[in-house]
Ligand binder design. Structure first.
Ligand SMILES: C[C@H](O)[C@H](O)[C@H]1CNC2=NC(N)=NC(=O)C2=N1
Length: 101
C-alpha cells in the first residue's frame, strides 16, 4: 500500500526527534561533517546498505568531508512520508559511529 504524505504537523513532530534534520523543498535533509574524506565515503556505503534493506533510497552528495542527505518518497509524487522518517532514523543511528562532528 502506498504511504500517505505527512502533514506539516506530522513532519514537525518527526523532526523534533531528528536533531539536525530539516524539511526543505518537500524533502527531509541533513548535512553531516566528518574529520576527512574516507569517513564520509564510508558513511555512504553504510547508508546504501540500509537503503537496500529498507527498499527506500535517499539522494547522497559526497564532498571532501561532508555528506548531504535528502530524501522524499517518489511513489507519492515526491512528498515526505513515514518511509523517509524511518530512513532518517536509521541513518541517525549509525552517524555517531562514523565520527560525525
Ligand atoms: C520497487 C522499489 O521498492 C521502489 O521503486 C522504491 C525504491 N526506493 C525508493 N526510494 C524513494 N526515496 N522513494 C521511493 O518511492 C522508492 N521506491
Amino acid at each position: 500500500m502506498a504511504p500517505e504524505p505527512l502533514s506539516a504537523q506530522q513532519t514537525d513532530e518527526a523532526l523534533s526527534e531528528l536533531p539536525g534534520w530539516r524539511a526543505e523543498d518537500g524533502r527531509l535533509a541533513r548535512d553531516y561533517a566528518f574529520r576527512g574524506h574516507l569517513p564520509a565515503a564510508a558513511m555512504v556505503i553504510h547508508v546504501a546498505a540500509i537503503q537496500e534493506e529498507l527498499g527506500h533510497h535517499s539522494d547522497l552528495t559526497l564532498s571532501y568531508n561532508t555528506l548531504s542527505v535528502t530524501v522524499n518518497t517518489h511513489s507519492v509524487g515526491g512528498r515526505i512520508t513515514e518511509l523517509d522518517v524511518a530512513l532518517a532514523r536509521r541513518i541517525e543511528e549509525i552517524a555517531a559511529g562514523h565520527g560525525v562532528r
